[in-house]
Ligand binder design. Structure first.
Ligand SMILES: Cc1ncc(COP(=O)(O)O)c(C=O)c1O
Length: 493
């Protein structure tokens, strides 16, 4: 019998006998050249390039010529958010390490599946070993372990799911038999993923009880004690407290040790969302900022943020890995088993999963602890310079005192030098300042809503951001503030 003829480009796949290697290499090299050329010029594009046209979305009958494919790819690259630009300092998006770009490529080429050991014999064994090592860096004991997930939201969901399951006898029958509704506590500045987790877990989003922060943006422990007592009076069943190490908007660290003590006293699960700030553990000088994280039952950490690994790369770590695996495991009968390793897809939320561990492993091997720590130290030194420039300007005010490389500030000239500006809508004014900084200084800062007001947020994590760039940013800022009348008139509330 004759099988139908394949109607494919010569390099549609890498032939397992290598017979089309030249054709494949030509495509790979062209894409690689384009990528290296464009990434090597990222500093010449805007941090947020304008969107002028989207690629063709219709599916052609016949594959398009490679030259056309490359032209369209180039346009996509050039219009994409440009996190590699040293002036892209508005969010927790980092320039990716070279090793992680390559790790992603190789993981894609291998196309192994983290669902089971037989589908990823090396990577399924490497991931738990590497995560145990990272758990050790956070000071968790030998019993600890973890799993990679696609982003911090899933990391938090995984942790809260286990916290809930370990607190209530609901594994098989679900929530219906519970007498009291479960609740857990987060600070008012915690990430929105906890509300989402509460909603997904059938608790209802209000089960993530928001506890007030103090004026430093940190969870207020007295308010936490009061909220726990109130929940009991309400007939609710508290089961966990979340502390954040690196809040999304202001980068503050909740008081981890006191919160751990409260959790012990009330027998509550202690989860630390160190999605961003976890990277501090790689800096011997600044690791003490995370004091108390070693007492966590679970930790979320995203190397995709401050450890420069391509997205997505996040993890949930558990103090007691065996308890996590025993309680979460749902066997997949269609998978083989290994004596020395577990099928990660059976003990975590995700089933089929990309081999993200490869890019994490490659980055850590390539940079080493010292490489990671040196970038973090540089970021924090740059932050001090930035802060001094803010303090030198009475018309700038900080949302909270920064504890890492996230600075949230706002200009209110009416409060300082230019006192004649009362009546101005400062939210709009700061939004215009954001645009001015992008246009004149090629710096993208974001504009989050914090405590009902718009603030300018800066995340100094690009290793190529220079003192000169900060100087230019502040020059542009001063220039905007000094602008005479017309904009002022427009901005009258
Ligand atoms: C503190 C914190 N936790 C969790 C998340 C959610 O992470 P992801 O966007 O990867 O789901 C973020 C995102 O910025 C965050 O800042």
């Amino acid at each position: 019998m004759n099988l139908p003829k394949l109607d494919l480009p010569a390099n549609a796949f890498i032939h397992p006998n290598g017979q089309n290697q030249a054709a494949v290499a030509q495509l790979f090299e062209q894409v690689m050249d384009l990528l290296l050329c464009e990434m090597g010029q990222a500093g010449r594009r805007s941090p947020l390039p304008p969107l002028t046209h989207l690629p063709d979305h219709y599916i052609p009958n016949q594959g398009i010529p490679e030259t056309e494919l490359l032209t369209q790819l180039k346009a996509i690259i050039q219009q994409s958010m440009n996190a590699a630009h040293p002036g892209y300092i508005g969010h927790m998006d980092s320039i990716p390490s070279s090793a992680s770009i390559l790790g992603d490529l190789v993981a894609g080429a291998l196309n192994n599946n983290m669902l089971s050991v037989e589908m990823s014999p090396v990577l399924s064994r490497l991931e738990p070993l590497l995560l145990k090592e990272i758990a050790g860096i956070f000071g968790l004991p030998e019993t600890a372990g973890g799993v990679l997930v696609s982003g911090g939201s899933l990391g938090n969901l995984q942790a809260i799911a286990l916290a809930r399951n370990s607190h209530f006898p609901i594994l098989e029958q679900g929530l219906a038999g519970l007498e009291k509704p479960p609740v857990f506590f987060v600070s008012a500045a915690a990430h929105t993923s906890f509300k989402k987790a509460a909603m997904v877990l059938g608790l209802g989003s209000t089960a993530a009880v928001a506890v007030a922060t103090d004026r430093r943006g940190k969870l207020d422990c007295e308010a936490l004690e009061a909220a726990i007592a109130q929940a009991h009076r309400n007939g609710q069943a508290p089961f966990a407290v979340v502390a954040t190490a690196g809040t999304t908007i202001t980068g503050n660290i909740d008081p981890l040790e006191p919160i751990a003590a409260i959790c012990r006293r009330h027998r509550l699960w202690f989860h630390v969302d160190a999605s961003y700030g976890g990277a501090l553990a790689f800096s011997p000088d600044h690791q003490p900022l995370l004091r108390g994280i070693d007492q966590a039952e679970s930790i979320t950490f995203n190397p995709q943020k401050w450890l420069y690994v391509t997205k997505t790369c996040a993890m949930t770590l558990f103090r007691d890995a065996k308890a996590w695996q025993d309680s979460f495991r749902i066997g997949a009968p269609y998978m083989g088993e290994a004596d020395d390793a577990i099928n990660l897809g059976e003990v975590s939320l995700q089933g089929t999963r990309h081999g993200d561990v490869l890019k994490l492993w490659m980055t850590l091997q390539h940079l080493g602890r010292q490489g990671c720590s040196s970038i973090i130290e540089r970021n924090l030194a740059l932050t001090q310079v930035f802060l001094q420039k803010i303090r030198d300007r009475p018309y700038l005010k900080l949302a909270t005192e920064p504890e890492m490389n996230i600075i949230c500030f706002r200009a209110e000239p009416g409060q300082g030098a230019a006192t004649d500006r009362d009546g101005v809508n400062w939210d709009d004014w700061n939004s215009q300042l954001q645009n001015h900084l992008l246009e004149t200084a090629k710096v993208f800062v974001s504009l989050p809503l914090y405590q009902g007001q718009r603030w300018l947020k800066v995340v100094l994590l690009n290793p190529f951001t220079t003192l000169e760039q900060l100087e230019q940013l502040f020059q542009a800022l001063d220039q905007f503030v000094a602008r005479p009348g017309p904009s002022r008139q427009r901005l009258k509330a």
